[in-house]
Design a protein around this ligand. Structure first.
Ligand SMILES: CC(C)CCC[C@@H](C)[C@H]1CC[C@H]2[C@@H]3CC=C4C[C@@H](O)CC[C@]4(C)[C@H]3CC[C@]12C
Length: 511
């Protein structure tokens, strides 16, 4: 593949859109100072150590500006964003442009320079791996407000969006999204012939959303990328049991799909066990009743009344019987205790002492983990697994500061113009400044461990590591980027009212 360009520079102007000039020449080699800028936006352009590009600075600035509009939409999922960015970086700047892009038509009506033609339609050839790979990595990405990014990029609803529709929309001349000319994206595996020259599809790497990419070492979140979700099997499935269920019941031994009479094995087995218990109880009850009845009848057949006596109901006699027993047992016990008090006392004492032996081995704990979870519990096992394979669980430390001057103060409200409201003492600037100083001192604390100095920075929780190595510190100062001088900033708003740190804070807290 030869290096060579088909477009370069701006030759057409249509409102805010800028069309490229047709240019058949070699790419321009970048100076070291410029490379850095280009590399920030388009790192993959320089993967093969080629420092030449087809786009000029004006084009690059437009590209940079357009890509910055897409960042809030796709930026959350770095692999997708990297693929998408690369698509347009390559299109505008790749040194082998002539191998993958073909200019179809040009025009001169809106030319910037006298009648120099500008491009109105191009064909951009991509391999299916790259084109569909890019689409797949982005199709489930959601913006921060929960909409699918594709519904914005595709021009259709996210469900109806296909790779073809996406490229069609992005390649259709559109002032609103800044597409300056028609770009027919052609997805093909084979080389094509255009004006006697061979054009091959661009086969760039499309990072799948569940892997890291050139711009981040972490994959996209589960929310943006279903394949990044780890599936946890909630229960060990019966299909995995060592003995063969197949012989007993027709049970497929695929994990999780064990079925008996279209019911899950666990449910079916539980029902079966419950049924067995019910049947046993009923059988016993029936047998008991039947046997008792027959003995009663026996008694009746042998019953010969001697005299007309009043037969008290059976239940009544049972009760009397129990009562008699109780009287006998209790009086015997009473007599025994009265006769041998010493023996009873010491036996009781000995028994109580014996039962208290456990006190010698008692272990008191205040550790909440020990208190509230059993050592064999699932939560404990998972915690141990986490600590073993990743890092120890983090522990939140907090300190509470309160102002000496507890007076509340009056001040103009943010939401209701021209109205004053009461504000609590912690919002006083002097207090905030002092608290900030305290916080910075605390963050600077160091200690020595085995003769080595250890600072908070080394042991703190860094949730965004390795992209961001700052400690997670939750405080009001985050709203001021932890820069206390920002508290002094005041600004006029649209209604020419001065706004200060408190308005800023209220705005942040409300959003
Ligand atoms: C904001 C969202 C909806 C728009 C997403 C699509 C954007 C990023 C894409 C679609 C078409 C792309 C443009 C296609 C052609 C060119 C000409 C080139 O010389 C500079 C880059 C530029 C101008 C591209 C910038 C990025 C671009 C505008």
């Amino acid at each position: 593949q030869q290096t060579g360009c088909v477009m370069r520079g701006i030759c057409g102007k249509d409102g805010s859109l800028r069309q490229n000039c047709e240019y058949n020449g070699p790419p321009e080699v970048l100076t070291d100072s410029k490379i850095q800028k280009y590399q920030n936006l388009c790192p993959r352009l320089f993967e093969d150590r080629n420092n030449a590009v087809c786009c000029d600075e004006e084009q690059f600035e437009i590209l940079e500006q357009q890509i910055s509009l897409v960042e809030p939409i796709l930026g959350k999922c770095s692999s997708c964003f990297s693929n998408f960015r690369n698509l347009w970086c390559q299109f505008a700047c790749m040194p082998r442009q002539s191998s993958h892009v073909h200019v179809v038509s040009t025009a001169t009506e809106n030319a910037v320079f006298n009648n120099t033609p500008y491009i109105t339609r191009v064909e951009y050839f991509l391999t299916p791996t790259f084109a569909y790979g890019l689409f797949d990595s982005c199709k489930n990405v959601q913006t921060t407000n929960g909409d699918f990014a594709m519904s914005m990029l595709c021009g259709t609803s996210a469900e109806d969006c296909t790779a073809e529709k996406l490229y069609k929309n992005l390649g259709t001349y559109n002032r609103n999204i800044g597409v300056p000319f028609t770009i027919d994206v052609i997805i093909t595996k084979d080389e094509q012939i255009r004006n006697d020259s061979i054009i091959s599809p661009l086969d760039a790497k499309a990072y799948p959303c569940n892997s890291s990419s050139d711009i981040s070492s972490s994959a996209c979140s589960c929310q943006d990328c279903p394949s990044a979700c780890s599936s946890i099997e909630p229960f060990p499935s019966i299909g995995k049991l060592p003995f063969d269920w197949k012989d007993a019941v027709s049970c497929e031994r695929i994990p999780g799909t064990c079925k008996i009479a279209s019911m899950d094995c666990t449910v079916a087995m539980s029902l079966l066990a419950f049924g067995c218990i019910c049947v046993t109880v009923m059988v016993i009850a029936v047998l008991h009743y039947a046997l008792r009845k027959s003995t009663d009848e026996d008694e009746l057949t042998h019953f010969k009344p001697t005299a007309p006596t009043f037969k008290s109901p059976e239940k009544e006699s049972d009760r009397l019987h129990i009562e008699e027993w109780l009287i006998i047992i209790c009086s015997n016990y009473g007599q025994f205790v009265a006769k041998r008090p010493g023996f009873v006392f010491f036996t009781g004492l000995f028994f109580a002492l014996f039962c208290s032996c456990g006190l010698f081995v008692i272990r008191l704990t205040t550790d909440p983990v020990e208190l509230w979870s059993s050592p064999g519990s699932e939560a404990r096992k998972q915690k141990a697994f986490f600590e073993e394979n990743f890092m120890p669980f983090y522990r939140i430390e907090q300190f509470i500061v309160y102002p000496k001057n507890q007076a509340i103060f009056l001040r103009e409200n943010v939401s209701v113009l021209m109205e004053t409201g009461y504000y609590g003492p912690i919002y006083r600037k002097e207090f905030l400044e002092e608290a900030f100083r305290l916080q910075s001192e605390v963050l600077k604390l160091t200690t020595t461990l085995d003769g080595e100095n250890v600072s908070l920075q080394e042991i703190c929780f860094k949730p965004l590591k390795p992209d961001n190595n700052n400690c997670a510190v939750m405080s009001i100062f985050n709203y001021f980027q932890n820069d206390i001088s920002k508290l002094d900033i005041t600004m006029e708003d649209d209604y020419m009212v001065d706004r200060d740190y408190l308005d800023h804070l209220m705005q942040c807290v409300k959003s």
